[in-house]
Write a protein that binds this ligand. Structure first.
Ligand SMILES: Nc1ncnc2c1ncn2[C@@H]1O[C@H](COP(=O)(O)OP(=O)(O)OP(=O)(O)O)[C@@H](O)[C@H]1O
Ligand SMILES: [Mg+2]
Length: 441
């Protein structure tokens, strides 16, 4: 599981140093400006470690610590205390802090303290409660939430269909989190991304020597998901021979590893998703009817965003808050911009809305206005640029690249990702603007 740290550290320099340190160790980092923002951020983004200074966290530091500890025992509070202030450090630990880092920060010592807090995570992780939320006030979304709640406890297979970006994976996670198998793992396998033979060994595992390159025995995802849920994404893409093996598992609950004779039994709930109408695939003879019925014991359908526009304001505010916190900014959205979002077609559904807002948050100073939205919003052309009256296209491009680069802390890869262009193009443009690459790249 990804490790996440939330930093509530007012001093810019210390915050930057800690961010760098954590990111170097592969920890995902977000920041919050104060204790109140931190509590909000944790609702959206459950972190495993919170680094906060108990003296300047925007509410009485010890009260902040108490709140975090009481709120969720899985969040480890690492207190940043003044070097030499032993009394505060001791008090923090007595009240539930997982450790203390003396300020000014010594990186290697700080990492040891944080790593220790992260290590204790796995022990409590299994007691996880559902954190994934399906936002939206429309009747369709409310009904979906209710159905998820009702069907989550059973082991019956679920088939989720719906357009791309409508929340199928989110629904699958909720089914897992709200079931009594939440203590087990949620294992996801993207069926379209793998060749037939790879998919088979990913699913069922393989014995040593089962095929060229199988130098050791390997467990499959079914074994990994024992006691939990296996999410088979893009199920419509699997080949006839894998269809047969999957059918056997769903009927008998047993399978063999590739190249193995031992029959294994696991307790796994299968959740499958497809953005194609699987029934049509059955009629066309590409998908086995018997497998379809086994998967389709419960069928959930996600609704395209354009058919539930009432959900857009709530989703938009949610994404603005999330990306603002991620980028350490305070940003809100104007009524005009929100109106424009509500009028769009959204062929990429919620994912597209999410991407549009991420970019707008980065481009805007503190208010998202129409000009921060893609000019061709609704045309579904990913390579759009920002409409700024009175600027030439190349000025707009330069502005977008530089501001995104700044928000991405100098990462050309991340900048390319956000703007939907190649890294090469970003670097080429930077050279054109006479800017040398950011240090450390
Ligand atoms: N109702 C919702 N509330 C909050 N976030 C949502 C909602 N619906 C979708 N999202 C977010 O939108 C993004 C896309 O959702 P998801 O990946 O579940 O879609 P999908 O249907 O699996 O898409 P695809 O078919 O392209 O794989 C995710 O970041 C998800 O968290
Ligand atoms: Mg998906």
């Amino acid at each position: 599981m990804e490790h996440r740290a939330l930093l509530v550290v007012p001093d810019r320099g210390t915050r930057a140093a800690l961010r760098l340190l954590l990111e170097q160790h592969g920890v995902a980092v977000r920041t919050a400006p104060d204790a109140f923002a931190a509590l909000g951020a944790l609702d959206e983004w459950p972190a495993t470690v919170l680094v906060g200074s108990p003296s300047t966290a925007g509410m009485d530091g010890m009260a902040f610590l108490d709140k975090i500890v009481a709120r969720d025992p899985r969040v480890h509070f690492v207190a940043l205390t003044k070097a030499g202030d032993v009394a505060t450090a001791v008090r923090a630990v007595q009240r539930g802090a997982a450790g203390c880092i003396p300020d000014p920060v010594d990186p290697s010592q700080a990492w040891e303290t944080i790593a220790a807090a992260l290590r204790t995570e796995s022990a409590v992780e299994t007691a996880s409660v559902g954190t994934t939320r399906l936002l939206g006030s429309s009747g369709a979304t409310a009904a979906l939430r209710e159905i998820i709640h009702q069907v989550a406890p059973s082991r019956a297979s679920v088939l989720i269909t719906g357009e791309s970006g409508t929340g199928k994976e989110l629904v699958a996670r909720m089914l897992h989190e709200q079931s009594n198998r939440a203590r087990g793992r949620f294992v996801r396998l993207h069926c379209a991304a793998l060749s037939e033979s790879l998919l088979e060994s990913e699913l069922f595992g393989h014995e040593r020597g089962a095929f060229t390159g199988a130098t050791a025995r390997r467990r499959g995802r079914f074994e990994d998901a024992d006691g939990g849920s296996l999410f088979l994404d893009e199920i419509g893409e699997i080949s006839p021979s894998i269809q047969v093996k999957l059918l056997r598992f769903l009927q008998e609950r047993e399978f063999e590893r590739v190249g193995g004779n031992e029959t294994l039994r696991v307790d796994v709930r299968v959740i499958a998703a497809s953005n194609r109408a699987l029934k049509a695939e059955v009629r066309a003879g590409r998908f086995r009817q018997d497998l379809f019925y086994r998967l389709n014991v419960i069928h959930l359908e996600t609704t395209p965003l354009r058919a539930r526009r009432e959900d857009i304001p709530l989703l938009a505010h949610h994404f603005v808050a999330r990306f603002a916190a991620e980028n350490d900014k305070e940003v809100v959205i104007s009524p005009e911009a929100l109106g424009a979002l509500q009028g769009c077609e959204w062929e990429g559904n919620v994912r597209e809305l999410e991407n549009v807002i991420e970019r707008a948050v980065i481009l805007a100073r503190d208010l998202i206005e129409l000009r921060h939205l893609p000019a061709d919003l609704g045309d579904n052309d990913a390579h759009s640029t920002v409409r700024v009256p009175g600027s030439t296209l190349s000025e707009i491009e330069r502005d977008a690249i530089l501001r995104t680069l700044e928000a991405a802390r100098g990462s050309t890869a991340r900048t390319a990702d956000i703007l939907g262009i190649s890294v090469r193009k970003v670097r080429y443009k930077l050279r054109e603007y006479g800017i040398r690459r950011a240090p450390g790249e």
